[in-house]
Design a protein around this ligand. Structure first.
Ligand SMILES: [Zn+2]
Ligand SMILES: [Zn+2]
Length: 108
């Protein structure tokens, strides 16, 4: 079974704009950069947010991630933080796209 890749959303803490797509790292409303404290969440309209195969390939290749400890933005191919050297696996704010589990999809 093919795994679906859902594009996550984030809210701007500066102007309050909601539902900015994960592919944008700046707010569409005010242009503020996505902060290190930004949290991605799954959209309610999963159909619209499901990425095509091409798009999924792009996001899977380049989901930048934020270090939990020092807040550095690291590129996708970095396995440890360039700022403090902590492990990428420990980062929780790293996913520009989220995998929706089959169970989650059934419930929504
Ligand atoms: Zn904004
Ligand atoms: Zn770090």
């Amino acid at each position: 079974m093919e795994s679906r890749r859902i594009e996550g959303l984030w809210d701007c803490s500066f102007c309050g704009q909601k539902g900015i797509r994960a592919r944008f790292d700046h707010c569409e409303g005010c242009g503020s950069p996505r902060g290190a404290d930004c949290i991605f969440y799954l959209p309610t309209d999963l159909q619209a947010a499901t990425l095509s195969r091409d798009e999924a390939q792009k996001t899977s290749n380049a989901p930048d991630w934020y270090c939990d400890y020092c807040g550095s933005l690291n590129s996708a191919d970095a396995t440890v933080c360039r700022g403090c050297g902590s492990d990428k696996k420990e980062a929780t704010k790293n996913y520009a796209s989220l995998h929706a589990s089959d169970e989650w999809l059934r419930q929504h």
